[in-house]
Design a protein around this ligand. Structure first.
Ligand SMILES: Nc1ncnc2c1ncn2[C@@H]1O[C@H](COP(=O)(O)OP(=O)(O)OP(=O)(O)O)[C@@H](O)[C@H]1O
Ligand SMILES: Nc1ccn([C@H]2C[C@H](O)[C@@H](COP(=O)(O)O)O2)c(=O)n1
Length: 249
């Protein structure tokens, strides 16, 4: 792990902070505890907007989707049948995951393998719903995420169930949305125009449809503010999120 202001390491999903060594700066985060929870559908801008907001706020950044992706990578690497719910849950229990929460240095490792890039591949995006819809695997990952949020103190955490399950008591709770058309266009640009329309639809819309059978991230729960970025630039969206945080600090 690269030590830094917001670094945390999950050493296994079932015992996430067993070997964590918070730095002095991370204690400073705890002293001003503030949790910013952001959910939303694929391509709405959660990762990019939350990472930029965390940088501006000098907070930790927790990408919970990266944990589901790393679990998928691990299962595929070990030849676990993703349709075998019990085998997947056992694998996730053993998952040797290390995740940086420093918004400037995003790294994800599984055992000795640096999977930071690999977990973004289409083969992972197209299979990750098998983990997201596995109840036991979810429970393990949610427990690890709660520990990370608690330890971070001042954190921007994003995913699909942060406002409702992982950190329902967060001081700032936001559902970041954008129209399906806009999200597909953004994801197409992000992938450098390499993906067919069908592939993009599988990775964005079909994945959302599967994931939403496990958790609701299309409607804001009570107390959750909707931030629709369809007509906002990236900077305007970051500004809107940062302003919300500043208003409760
Ligand atoms: N308001 C915005 N205006 C223009 N582009 C944006 C905006 N917000 C995000 N983007 C861009 O859209 C793309 C998708 O954003 P991002 O990967 O953050 O989405 P996401 O919600 O995390 O998706 P996923 O859940 O699938 O990982 C990125 O290239 C990002 O820079
Ligand atoms: N809190 C979360 C975060 C993510 N997921 C699932 C749903 C996605 O298909 C997958 C990858 O997330 P992404 O990197 O695209 O944000 O992980 C979830 O169910 N709950």
């Amino acid at each position: 792990m690269t030590a830094g202001a917001a670094d945390r390491t999950v050493t296994s999903a079932s015992d996430p902070l067993a070997e964590d060594h918070p730095t002095d700066q991370s204690h400073a985060h705890q002293a001003r505890r503030l949790v910013v929870a952001v959910d939303g559908p694929s391509g709405s801008g959660k990762s990019s907007v939350c990472r930029a907001a965390a940088r501006r706020l000098r907070a930790a950044y927790l990408d919970t989707g990266a944990m589901y992706r790393a679990a998928t990578w691990y299962c595929l690497d070990r030849g676990v049948d993703l349709d075998d719910e019990g085998a997947v849950a056992l694998a996730v229990e053993d998952l040797p995951l290390s995740l940086s929460t420093d918004p400037d240095h995003q790294t994800v490792t599984v055992g000795q393998a640096d999977v930071t890039e690999a977990i973004r591949e289409a083969r992972i995006s197209e299979r990750v719903s098998a983990i997201a819809t596995n109840r036991e695997a979810r429970a393990l990952l949610v427990a690890a995420q709660r520990r990370l949020v608690d330890e971070a103190g001042f954190v921007v955490a994003e995913g699909r169930d942060i406002t409702t399950v992982v950190a329902p008591d967060a001081q700032v709770r936001v559902l970041l949305t954008a129209s399906a058309e806009v999200r597909l266009a953004r994801r197409g640009l992000q992938m450098g125009g390499t993906q067919s329309t069908e592939a993009l639809q599988r990775q964005v819309l079909a994945r959302d449809a599967k994931d939403s059978t496990a958790v609701n991230f299309t409607e804001a729960a009570d107390g959750v503010a909707v931030l629709d970025s369809s007509d906002l630039t990236f900077e305007e969206t970051v500004d809107a999120l940062v302003s919300r945080v500043e208003s409760v600090r």
